[in-house]
Design a protein around this ligand. Sequence first.
Ligand code: NAP
Length: 263
Amino acid sequence: MDRSIVVTGGSLGIGRATVEAFLAEGDRVVFTARGEAEAKKFLGERSEDVQKGRLFFLRSDASVANDAEKLAAFTKEKLGGCDVLINNAAVFIGGLLHQNSEEDFEKLFGINVRGPFLTSKAFLPMMLERKKGHIIMIASLAGMGGGYGMTLYCMTKAAVINMARAMALDYMQYGIRVNAVSPSATETAMFLGGNSKETIDAFRGQNPAHVLGKPEDIANALVSIADEKNIYINGQNIAVDGGLSAWNGEYNQSREPGQAYRE
Ligand SMILES: NC(=O)c1ccc[n+]([C@@H]2O[C@H](COP(=O)([O-])OP(=O)(O)OC[C@H]3O[C@@H](n4cnc5c(N)ncnc54)[C@H](OP(=O)(O)O)[C@@H]3O)[C@@H](O)[C@H]2O)c1
């Protein structure tokens, strides 16, 4: 489609799958990360896209204002503007609230909330100029309801869901829509790296789909929502979770073990 797409935190996991999904649509993509190692590996695998001027990487920390401004300028130079900005970069720190430090708070809010604020703020002027654009926050089921052992993370994800709603009201009149997408547990380093096999199996078993999300599941949803045919979807938080958020949380009386619909 030759749109200009920006994905923060695109070197791994959901961000990386998102970069690949938009490349497959024929779009041009800029992605960021703080570290260079994974990004360079990724660029090596997509060298054809790099050579054709379809894929660009900028080392950038979403929580740093100057980095956000540099990213906006870099995007304008390389892609000429931004049709879709995906605020994906985030970190996870768990724990009970009384065990969390102020540093945990600052880090989580610095990246997960200040990041989308600074990045959106840096990109809005060029979107306003063109009267066109779409900003998508990658939130989480953890922002839609309380999650055990992760109060601070839940707080940050709830913040970006409501950020999308409030911004949507202000900017639709300028042709800019804002949405949030909320994955449930997804097979990435963030989830798999931080949990035991028992916990991962329990998450899988509890999902009505009896499988975890794959990064591509989230990326495919993003491609659909980003389609300009769907311009009337605005200010929404769209759960991509196999149906988990449809559950009221009460005990499964049928006691049917259930089975996965795919590997
Ligand atoms: N995985 C899940 O189960 C799950 C569930 C719900 C929601 N989510 C959300 O989905 C998004 C992606 O998560 P993921 O699981 O794909 O995470 P991941 O595997 O940990 O990958 C995170 C990516 O973001 C980058 N990143 C982290 N902090 C950054 C910063 N300050 N500035 C720029 N880039 C940064 C990382 O690279 P560097 O470390 O090199 O910067 C990496 O490329 C996040 O918003 C997460 O909260 C994930």
